[in-house]
Design a protein around this ligand. Sequence first.
Ligand SMILES: [Ca+2]
Length: 478
Amino acid sequence: MKTVEHRLESPCYVVSRAAMRMLVCLLALCPLLSVFAQPNVLLIMADDLRDFGGAFTKEVVKTPNLDRLRARGTTFERAYVQYPVCNPSRSSMMTGLRAEQTGIVGNDMPLRQKMPDIITLPQLCKDAGWQSQAFGKLFHLGGGKNVEAKQRWMDTGRSWHTAQAFEVTKTGRKLLEGRNVTGGALKWCQWGAADGTDDDQPDGQIAATTVAMIEKLGDTPWFIGCGFMKPHDPFIAPKKYFDLYAADSLKIWNDPADMTSVRKDSVGFGDYGTAFAKFTEQEWRELFRAYCAGTSFMDAQLGRVLDALDNGKLWDKTLVIFVGDHGYHTGERQWWNKNTLFERSCRAPLIIAGPGMKGGQTTRSLVEFVDLYPTVADFCGLKMPHTAAGTTLRPVLVDPAASIKDAAFTLVTRGDKLHGQSIRTARWRLTRWSDGETELYDHDTDPEELHDVSAHHADILAELTARIQKLPSFTSKP
Ligand SMILES: [Ca+2]
């Protein structure tokens, strides 16, 4: 007892108690002060995962682990990619620059070919002392079977200390059910309930290796990229995930008869449009079920990674970012894909959790994927190595009602002669094609963008066109 009294009276204790009070006050004022000077960064990406929000599909797909992550962090309901295709979107996100600035607008251009000296997001942390490791698809996985080319696409050695890609096993390749719904015309339009376990598929292996690396690195600060391949085509997952969805249980989208038709460059173009126009209701249903199965499969792998954070007690020292690389139409405007300037393609999932952050928050603030780079730099206490196109999301993570910008922008190209740019504000989406054609949708009354109202709002058209014209200059020509 005497010892305790002595300790209570010791000047040293008094000082530390005052210091503790000050720290508590500081933390109260700045709830997201980085508790750790070097927080871990876990960047989890899903491929072609639409934001399931909205009246049509909100309650359909089973994603208990995404729900679990939502309970720990902030869900962004209005997060927009800068180009709704894998490589351009990922290149934009990983450099913090718009697609207009990177010039990467297709899946055939490795980042380093266009931007040899750019400091990527994982590289920023790697160069500052973080262990940087990638599993699966973070940058676009080009290169096919050529191992060296694949390593170049993954940016091994520059962005990551090591990067690994994974293949389906012989067992996982065996399909217990499934078919190509185009009769083989579009090779990728294949769905399949696969034999084997989760780890016979790349996403299972990606989860397993991510977990092993988290356990191995321990207290060393790390930046781990965990890049799941699903629900991207081919729409294959272990059979048990198909069994979550009874074959005829899912409602499918039907475009209303009075929907405004739009130019082919906007949606419905090429061989894809021709194939989708022939789909029967049964085929739409089969693909949608397979997409939901792939999403639940990816979600289960996410759960394994979240378990590793639980087990290692890492939530209070890890910034966790879950993103999709762009959205996806599952039948809207008779389109089964991305690469359009509609909300379904431009909006993508984004959830962020981290030290000191409140859980279970949802925000309607407009944000862009170029905001992720400055956000990570901010939380890691690192200086942006180049001028960011975006801005840190910290204010929204502190207060979901906060606003950091009043518009989000997305680009697509159609060959080297035409491109479209789209601006999304809290109320409107204006898409403007480089030949001057426009589409305007009013989200206050039309969240699925069914009716083009550009003929009735000349003032909005002029105002938003002027905003698009202020973007960094872009020409479709290479
Ligand atoms: Ca993708």
